[in-house]
Design a protein around this ligand. Structure first.
Ligand code: SAM
Length: 287
């Protein structure tokens, strides 16, 4: 069975009477080269567990089953269950769960299904929900070593962006706080059935042993980041003093900026993760 072969895939989908749902972001991968790059990029091996989000017809799932100790796939679309039984039936190390990934306690599921295995998350993500899924995995799941995911090209560019550029924002800081992100490859619309309107990128997020910067108050750190990028045209001083998320006197914010060795009129988009951490710790100690 080769599900990257468009004729075979069409025949199988047809025999189950399946029609694509646009609202569930169903664009199935039909490019073997890209499929192999996802597997390579994930660093998975026969001792690891694989968690897939949105298996679709099971194309990536089959490759994960062949390369992992155990594979678990979470699929929201009930119509795909009989089809997945057929395409994955030969793999005894593979389980499909019919759930909305956002409603699942992923950390508990990972412990239950994978025990003490290292876990790689792999997915061709539904684009309507990319960022919430990635943040849920990074914030909640302890055993995950890497996330290798197909996402919209622009979102991938924001994840790897460095301070100062137009793409650098709260998403860049959040992803780089938890992981080392690396672009694996590009995937043009013709790599999918049906073809999406946007270009896609495979990105690998290697989860760091500990966050990239030490902060005493993680919640405050992310509130500061959100405030700094919420009003990009304002200076950091103004953005933080007018922020609805934090309540700190202007003098303390000024002290934090000075203490971090930054200029008084700096904008948030110029701050590195280390700069944000310094500003955060200073404010935390005095608030
Ligand atoms: N992995 C398959 C492939 O590469 O061919 C399908 C990828 S397709 C872009 C996204 C898949 O995610 C679809 O099968 C869709 O039904 C599923 N999906 C969408 N929203 C979901 C959710 N909230 N929870 C779990 N799966 C979801």
């Amino acid at each position: 069975m080769n599900l990257t072969n468009p004729t075979q895939l069409k025949n199988i989908l047809g025999s189950f009477g399946f029609s694509f749902s646009k609202s569930l972001g169903q664009n199935f991968l039909i490019d073997e080269n890209v499929l192999n790059k996802i597997i390579e990029g994930s660093g998975i091996n026969s001792k690891w567990g694989a968690l897939e989000i949105g298996p679709g017809a099971g194309t990536l799932t089959r490759a994960l089953s062949q390369n992992s100790k155990k594979t678990v796939a979470i699929e929201i679309d009930k119509r795909l269950m009989p089809l997945l039984d057929y395409t994955l039936g030969e793999f005894k190390n593979t389980k499909v769960i019919n759930e909305d990934v956002m409603a699942v306690d992923l950390d508990a599921l990972i412990s239950e299904e994978f025990g003490d295995m290292d876990v790689a998350v792999c997915a061709n993500l539904p684009y309507y929900i990319t960022t919430p899924i990635i943040m849920k995995v990074l914030e909640d799941c302890h055993r995950v070593r890497s996330m290798t995911v197909m996402i919209q090209k622009e979102v991938a560019e924001r994840m790897v962006a460095k301070p100062g550029g137009k793409d650098y924002g709260a998403l860049s800081v959040a992803v780089q706080f938890y992981t080392e992100p690396k672009i694996v490859c590009q995937a043009d619309p013709h790599c999918f059935m049906p073809q999406p309107k946007v270009a896609s990128t495979v990105i690998s997020l290697k989860v760091l042993e500990k966050p990239a910067v030490d902060v005493k108050n993680k919640k405050l750190f992310f509130e500061i980041v959100k405030s700094a990028f919420g009003q990009r045209r304002k200076t950091l001083l103004n953005a933080l003093s007018k922020s609805p998320y934090i309540n700190v006197e202007k003098e303390i914010i000024m002290g934090a900026i000075e203490n971090a060795g930054l200029s008084a009129d700096i904008r948030g988009e110029r701050l590195s993760l280390g700069d944000f951490a310094k500003v955060c710790d200073y404010i935390d100690e005095r608030n």
